[in-house]
Design a protein around this ligand. Structure first.
Ligand code: ATP
Length: 298
């Protein structure tokens, strides 16, 4: 894997609170990489460390396979907190100010970044006339000044309405297609599923799992079954398949099988052959929420 960022055994405490506890993973070049975890799992702390805003107590990280340098840093754009834009100024004038403070990009670069975030047509409108989604797109435009190879975004859709959320998610995918690697923190499984190619799941400052979204967030099949005698049904189902996991909710059994492996006719036939008649048999595909809950709460 061609890693754009390698994180190696990073730890960070705030007094007695261990925010990060020996975290290691790699971010592949060209990915949209989601750092997924519930509130307080250490996402913002990690992003602050890799952006040199905070110092780790232990461990190290490298961008582009080399130790950090100002030149490397210029290849990384970031949005940790919403910038304070002037409400009475246009997008162009706000970005001129951002450019003169940060020294990133050039005045000519401003039109390009506004085109990238689809605000070029509204570039001369006052910031105060923008929707929430447009305001966030302008914040991303500011992070894009200087055409960084990598964008680091902390909860980029937080606080937006559904239209704004959809706009930002579509923009992230567009920016990725234009060649930017994007690293984003999110507490929303659904968001990571929709937007990201890769994910690292954090729980209390430790890494639970990382990899390709399609491998890590596999969508297991879930089948609900019931019969007059749930205990007998449980006993019988234990012999159904090595790949089967069974849980129970009241009189209903939940059968969890790898994606694409659940066959209702086969389950029904199997039970009947063992002398059990089912009175409930329902296929439920979506188990990701449950899986994420399981991963982060146990
Ligand atoms: P959120 O989504 O709520 O921002 P997060 O996953 O980004 O959560 P962090 O903000 O990195 O998590 O926080 C990790 C842990 O460190 C939490 O227990 C938090 O309360 C604690 N923490 C973060 N910043 C500080 C600080 N400046 N002082 C003390 N504790 C802190």
């Amino acid at each position: 894997m061609n890693a754009i960022l390698s994180i190696n055994n990073i730890a960070k405490s705030y007094g007695r609170i261990k925010a990060l506890d020996g975290l290691s993973f790699e971010v592949p070049a060209g990915s949209v990489f989601g750092i997924l975890g519930p509130n307080g799992s250490g996402k913002t702390t990690l992003l602050s460390i890799i952006l040199d805003v905070l110092r780790a107590d232990q461990g190290n990280f490298s961008w582009f396979g080399q130790p950090g340098s100002p030149q490397q840093r210029r290849k990384i754009g970031s949005l940790l907190e919403t910038p304070n834009f002037y409400h009475y100024l246009s997008a162009v004038n706000n970005l001129k100010i951002t450019h003169s403070i940060s020294g990133r990009g050039s005045r000519e670069n401003i039109d390009t970044v506004l085109e990238k975030v689809n605000l070029f047509d509204r570039r001369n409108s006052r910031f105060s006339s923008y929707s929430l989604g447009m305001k966030q797109r302008l914040a991303i435009a500011a992070a894009l000044l200087g055409d960084p190879q990598v964008l680091v975004l902390d909860e980029p859709t937080n606080g937006l309405d559904p239209v704004g959320i959809a706009e930002i998610r579509a923009l992230i995918i567009e920016l990725s297609k234009k060649g930017h690697t994007i690293i984003m923190a999110s507490h929303l499984l659904d968001e990571v599923e929709k937007v990201c190619t890769h994910v690292a799941i954090l729980k209390k400052g430790t890494l639970l799992t990382t990899g390709d979204v399609n491998e890590v967030l596999v969508d297991d099949d879930l089948v609900e079954i019931g019969s007059g005698d749930p205990d007998a049904l449980w006993e019988v189902m234990k012999g159904y398949s090595d790949q089967l996991k069974i849980t129970r909710e009241g009189s209903i059994l939940h059968l969890i099988l790898p994606k694409g492996e659940a066959r209702l006719d086969d389950i029904n036939h199997y039970c009947f052959s063992k002398g059990i008649v089912l009175n409930h048999l329902v296929f439920k595909k979506k188990r990701l929420e449950a899986k994420f809950f399981e991963l982060t709460n146990n």
